[in-house]
Design a protein around this ligand. Sequence first.
Ligand code: GRF
Length: 195
Amino acid sequence: MSKMKTAVLISGNGSNLQAIIDAAREPSYPADICLVISNKPDAYGLERAKKAGIKAVVVNHKDFDSRDAFEAEMTRIMEAEGIELVVLAGFMRILNDTFVGHWSHKLINIHPSLLPAFKGTNVYERMINEGVKIAGCTVHFVVPEMDSGPIIAQAEVPVLDGDTADSLSKRILVEEHTLYPRALALVASKQTLGQ
Ligand code: GRF
């Protein structure tokens, strides 16, 4: 079976990266995690990649004069590695249309809400303030408009009495760790939900 050569872009802890690395150890998993790129030199996810024997590269956005130049370097590195799918996992930079267009239909992201509700930032605080009872997470294709691309998979997470932004974020993150590997497998095997 030929596997999709996949890169994961991170900025921090990389717990979703870890979940994907662990899932990809299964011989039948359809994606091969070949490359991790971090825009932050101190991201813990880089250690996770190295421990798993995956090539880990820092592309520090601060080293570039423009966002386009930063993104062009990431694209250059990924193309040199033959990357076919790009997974954003806690990657904390906005991406320009050129990059998103270049990787169109090959670029996925996870967002900690049931999109299209609660796009953007401060998601957990906003959900609690609004009195939402069911939160969740969404894996979607990335399009130029933020948090708006076609939805690949979602999981619900209950909001409990007394939840804080912190407790809710932790409960959602646990669900992300199941959802993201599953959604990536769907994309990598060129399936869609319901087919
Ligand atoms: C997750 O909450 C994810 O939804 C958001 O960034 C966080 C990444 O966490 N996009 P980690 O780096 O995977 O631990």
